[in-house]
Unconditional design. Sequence first.
Length: 488
Amino acid sequence: MKLHKLLENLHLLIPFKGEDPEITSIENDNRKVQNGSLFICIKGYTVDGHDYAESAVKNGAAAILAERPLQLDVPVIIVQDTTRAMAVLADAFYGQPTKKLHLIGITGTNGKTTTSHLIEKIFADKDKKTGLIGTMYTKIAEKKIETKNTTPESLTLQKTFQQMVQEGVEVAVMEVSSHALDLGRVHGCDYDVAVFSNLTQDHLDYHKTMEEYQRSKGLLFAQLGNTFNIEKPKFAILNADDPASDMFKRSTAAHVITYGIDQKADILATNIQMTSAGTQFELVIAERSYPIKMQLIGKFSVYNVLASISAAIVSGIPLSDIINSIESVDGVSGRFELVNAGQDFTVIVDYAHTPDSLENVLKTIQHFAKKKVFVVVGCGGDRDRTKRPLMAQIACKLATNPIFTSDNPRSEDPVEILKDMEAGVQEGSFSYHVIPDRKEAIKSAVEQAKAGDVILIAGKGHETYQIIGSQVYDFDDRLVAREAIEGR
């Protein structure tokens, strides 16, 4: 695509005259620049892309997009905000791929990963070619690709969508983080269905307040558009039991479908019964009731299933097929995942890393736990410090044997993180143990457990690494637990 043709997608007040090279790719990493690339200078938290513009030119960049003048031998286009411009140009360069997909976005504090996988399975079971973007990986048809962020930046995102279109993908399901919404990573994404799971405390290191966190989540629904199209309608799927849904409903012109358990909703779950083997409930839609018997466990799982059912219904999937898919799911990696090595006690690994998710998982365990409940839990470094004492409080209140340990300490001292956790527990009011080494903490719980006890290893779930300082080490809670069990 010619540079001038590409720049036509930006507003008319961008002053640029000069050469008109052929743009063969768009990059914001100078190391990926090739002959014919447009290099976009992004000012990040630690690195400023403007400092690498000269290197990009040496690598073959045909033009530079920047926020300030640069003395280079190629055209330099100046814009006020290169991040916003990048989203526009990426969407145009890759041929507006999301307009060719049925795109479903899921936002919320907890449940995004499970809900996205459930929705993807429903469509896959109907022989639809699917794509998935989220915390665990990106999936294009049958190919899985490792990802760094829950929601990639706009350039990577639009390129990924183009690859999906080229592979014949019909339906794309993605987790949409609050960071991505606030930073404009999903600008240009033409969502057909937007799903809200819940809003509880997380990421206050970035958003500072819950009001700002909620505002960021609400952008997904506000950005569904303001027009109505009977051939391609837009839907907002909202959790009727979460107060934040009221604001999201007011923020969108899309059709609103609600789901819930406790409040009146379009899609409702009643008569919920839980065991260690699964969950049963009555699905009520338009005054008709349908029995559901699924292998997933917990009230939080019912919410995830209701959100998934809602998204699939508005996408035209027959309810009988949806129910068959839901009932066949045996779990999602790292989400209430059982570790069974022949032991006579239960070991569960879960991604619960927020106060609300930890509370939900522990309350679910209480439904079937007959004896002691161990919880091995920590908090991530360089993240929201205010949730650390809350996590400790919940662990102590809902488990008989809490063990505080390291999660991903990153640049922080693990001992200081543990002190923040301990600050939430009044001295003498609860009994707990502190074992900074996560492997030793898991081993300790396993060695203490007796027949009928339950161990929850919380916080990392599907992750196969631990970040200590600037180093990334191999670490999988499931493997560590299995080794500890077999070593007894």
